[in-house]
Design a protein around this ligand. Structure first.
Ligand code: SF4
Length: 295
């Protein structure tokens, strides 16, 4: 993980001069400050981190930070970040998506990034609705919720990101809450330090379009698995049982974490050196030298 050795990174380094267009009270503000706090706590300078987002309210986030950022197509944050990461895996790689963006349109990419175990952090701003496009129900909208596209109540069951990620082979699975930025920042730090794919599903109120899952609704239900000193985050069976909890009790914190070889570690071409540091436009002689390292 790239750490600034001689300078002390501060919050000021991550401030952007862009004015936010988020609604006052939106949970995205808490997520933004938690990401900034995490990067500062880890002393990662802005030029050594990359955030890729898709489309949605929360996907404007890279604009509101002084950082390498790329706003790509709806649902395509993971493949875009995969390409960037494989070209230069020295950068701290973070994808920021919404629930519709990450679990709906980008669901296929989400699933395959987990089984590949790419060394990236995937932050999902889960407000259980499509906010930017004015309140349609999303993959995580609770069954029965009235939205602009479900006037009689959503008839589909919501996806469960935690059990989905467990089944797909993610090596770090956590849930956070935008209303508790300090705790969220600690989870983000752990995710960045984890070697492998790290999912953080972040519960985030959309004050404009989701009148059901409000800040108070979350606060009444959430608890942290780390409050139980006997909670074993390597226990897959326990993680599934914990991940299934919803409605009455909602688990937060690091629900599951194990170590497994990463995708990039199993690629001999970049195992020792990022692609970006390898010889550019090699001569015939250079090419033979590179070839001899592998064959
Ligand atoms: Fe946030 Fe919802 Fe407003 Fe979008 S519509 S900025 S998610 S409160």
């Amino acid at each position: 993980m790239p750490v600034a050795e001689e300078i002390k990174v501060t919050l000021k380094d991550y401030k952007s001069d862009q004015k936010s267009t988020w609604c006052p009270g939106c949970g995205d503000f808490g997520i933004l400050s938690s990401i900034q706090m995490a990067l500062v706590s880890l002393n990662i300078p802005p030029h050594m981190a990359m955030i890729v987002s898709g489309i949605g309210c929360g996907s404007k986030l890279p604009d509101y930070m002084n950082i390498n950022g790329y706003l790509t197509l709806h649902g395509r944050a993971i493949p875009a970040l995969t390409g960037i990461h494989l070209a230069n895996h020295k950068l701290v790689a973070i994808a920021v998506t919404g629930d519709g963006d990450g679990y709906g349109i980008g669901g296929n990419h989400f699933m395959h990034a987990m089984r590949r175990n790419l060394n990236i952090t995937h932050i999902v701003e889960n407000n259980q609705i499509y906010g930017l496009t004015k309140g349609q129900y999303s993959p995580t909208t609770d069954k029965g919720m009235i939205t602009s596209t479900s006037p009689e109540g959503a008839i589909e069951y919501a996806v469960n990101p935690i059990t989905w990620a467990l089944a797909a082979g993610a090596t770090f699975i956590a849930r956070g809450f935008s209303g508790e930025p300090k705790k969220l920042s600690e989870i983000i730090q752990a995710a960045i330090q984890h070697k492998g794919y790290a999912l953080i599903d972040i519960l985030q109120p959309c004050v404009t379009y989701n009148k059901l899952n409000t800040s108070d609704w979350y606060k009444e239900r959430i608890y942290y698995v780390s409050d139980d000193p006997n909670y074993d985050k390597q226990n897959l069976e326990k993680a599934f049982a914990t991940g299934l909890q919803w409605e009455q009790k909602i688990p937060c914190g690091i629900i599951y974490q194990v170590q497994r070889e990463t995708y990039e570690d199993s690629l001999f071409q970049i195992k020792d050196k990022p692609l970006v540091d390898q010889v550019k436009n090699p001569s015939k002689e250079d090419f033979e030298k590179i070839k001899s390292r592998y064959y």
